[in-house]
Design a binder for this molecule. Structure first.
Ligand code: 0RQ
Length: 498
């Protein structure tokens, strides 16, 4: 059988109003780009004619602008899950235009298999190679691809020449069984391989192959600044000290690191700290800083769901595949983020908070309790099962008008029971083994910005005594003052005690 080579517009025309569409990739890495852009055009044309056209969209994680951005601007998304970073999508969600379900990334494939998210009609999969017997070789990100490829009625392949075929062999693709009595995931070290380097699809399901040559729509990074550098140094210092105390073995433990500027800066600092030995990563995204450390020999091996790097960095990997081939493995998100494996191999998780409260609860997703930022991503998959779970963030945001350390988080993603350590540029609060009041002292004293320390101590003074001291009328007072006056520093606790 030979494939039906079609244009992106033709492929998009196979997708109907109301379909649930699953996408390959994880972050812009490995996400389709051509068919979704054409789909946005179809939606616009249909809307102009007064016809309805909206799809449900299920992805591995965030995608690029030609997916989340263009489909949002075309009002073509009815609902979507999970994590995304697109600014237009964020606006539409916060305006109530799109139903957004924010799911732990390790659970998306399982929820699809179990039918919680409806039936996937079409899977759009980016590939670097496809064979006539239906083997699909993926590109720089995996996400939920094995599951959508199996569940979907139709598969559309974007065969993207911008990705090197030298990627073949780097993937380890394995789909979990359905419960009950499923067998353990047999990974005991980050480099273990348990699956196949390709996805096997029934060739008769492949509705068409679209040939493209489009680079990933990767995001760049801000240059690190003194604040992110200091956070990175504090994380490195904390881990080195745990190693000296024997809490972390001298071989070190596998690290997970989230996305974004802070995560990038933290890894750079870890790489520079001579007291931390070369280490492995068991993580969901590998950013530029990791690739640099692999080249320098500071990172021995990286297990990931995506190469979420800038395009020049990706090209560097492709150009030096002989070096990288045995140092990286790309896995589906249900395995890269598998809590069972994370707990077994002792991963140290390092994620970024939007805000943390004085008791160690963390908000990773919402601004002032109501507006979605990106989503929980894989942070919960790792935090709850980690050997040590770390959250870091700058002590303030928006030019100092917001304190990232607050009396009570305005939205809860990671609770005090799962969060071990909070780190800002001000210092380190080690919360392990501490009571709520001991935690509050550590967080205020070590992590809060000097502009907010007294305000937070004063909050404790007006709180009702108990295991966890709070004033229910004032707990979200700093947020309310920011909303009313634009600066949390103007908080006067007396206003909340009337
Ligand atoms: O706003 O963009 O307008 O300047 O949030 O903050 O400091 O640049 O940090 O890029 O690392 O992102 C938590 C969002 C941090 C990210 C979050 C504003 C701040 C800025 C970005 P501007 P920074 P980062 C792996 C694991 C959740 C999921 C996760 C994230 C913008 O790391 O999405 O960890 N994490 N997944 O000004 C108001 C506050 C604020 C605030 C920051 N308290 N109030 N605004 N900001 N704190 C990923 C995957 O799973 C794929």
């Amino acid at each position: 059988m030979s494939f039906n080579f079609i244009t992106a517009a033709e492929a998009a025309s196979y997708i109907k109003d109301g379909d649930i569409v699953g996408l390959s990739g994880f972050t812009p890495a490995g996400s389709p780009k051509a068919v979704t852009a054409e789909l946005a055009k179809i939606a616009e044309e249909k809307h102009a004619r007064g016809e309805s056209f909206q799809i449900g969209l299920i992805t591995g994680a965030s995608t690029g602008d030609s997916c989340d951005g263009m489909l949002t601007r075309a009002h073509a998304i009815k609902f979507r899950a999970p994590y995304t970073t697109n600014a237009d999508f964020r606006k539409a969600v916060n305006n109530g235009e799109i139903n957004y379900t924010d799911i732990h990334l390790s659970q998306v494939a399982q929820r699809l298999r179990s039918g919680f998210l409806g039936h996937v009609s079409v899977a759009i999969i980016e590939a670097c190679e496809i064979t006539e017997d239906g083997r699909i070789y993926l590109t720089a990100g995996v996400g939920i691809t094995p599951t959508i490829a199996r569940l979907a009625d139709k598969v559309i392949v974007e065969l993207n020449a911008a990705h090197s075929k030298s990627l073949i062999g780097m993937h380890d693709l394995y789909e979990m069984e359905r419960p009950p009595y499923r067998r353990p995931i047999p990974i005991v070290r980050p480099s273990d391989r348990i699956g196949l380097p390709y996805i096997q699809v029934d060739p008769s399901k492949i509705a068409g192959v679209v040939e493209t040559n489009m680079p990933d729509e990767a995001r760049g990074f801000h240059e690190s600044d003194p604040v992110t550098d200091k956070i990175g140094q504090n994380v490195a210092e904390f881990l080195a000290s745990d190693m000296r105390r024997g809490i972390i073995p001298s071989t070190f433990l596998p690290l997970q690191s989230g996305v974004g500027n802070i995560a990038n800066a933290v890894l750079s600092a870890l790489g520079k700290d001579p007291s931390i030995p070369p280490f492995e990563m068991y993580t969901e995204v590998i950013q530029n800083s990791v690739i640099k450390l692999v080249k320098e020999g500071r990172i021995k091996f990286g297990s990931t769901c995506s190469l979420s790097v800038t395009n020049d960095c990706l090209q560097d990997i492709y150009d030096n595949m002989d070096f990288f081939r045995h140092k990286l493995v790309l896995r589906p998100s249900e395995i890269s983020n598998c809590p069972e494996v994370v707990r077994r191999i002792g991963v140290i998780s390092m994620n970024t908070a939007i805000e943390a409260d004085i008791y160690g609860n963390v908000n990773s997703t919402h601004i002032c309790g109501t507006k979605m930022m990106n989503g929980i991503g894989g942070s919960g998959d790792f935090t709850r099962s980690a050997y040590i779970s770390i959250f870091s963030c700058p002590s303030t945001a928006k030019g100092g008008c917001i304190s990232s350390i607050v009396p009570m988080v305005s939205h809860l993603d990671h609770s005090e029971h799962s969060v071990n350590v909070i780190i800002t540029e001000q210092g380190i609060a080690d919360l392990r083994g501490k009571s709520p009041m001991e935690r509050a002292e550590a967080v205020i004293e070590n992590c809060a910005h000097p502009d907010y320390k007294q305000l937070l101590w004063d909050y404790l003074k007006i709180s009702t005594k108990g295991q966890t001291c709070h004033s229910l009328s004032a707990a979200l007072g700093m947020h309310q003052v920011f909303i009313n006056k634009g600066d949390m520093r103007l908080t006067d606790w007396a206003e909340f005690q009337k």
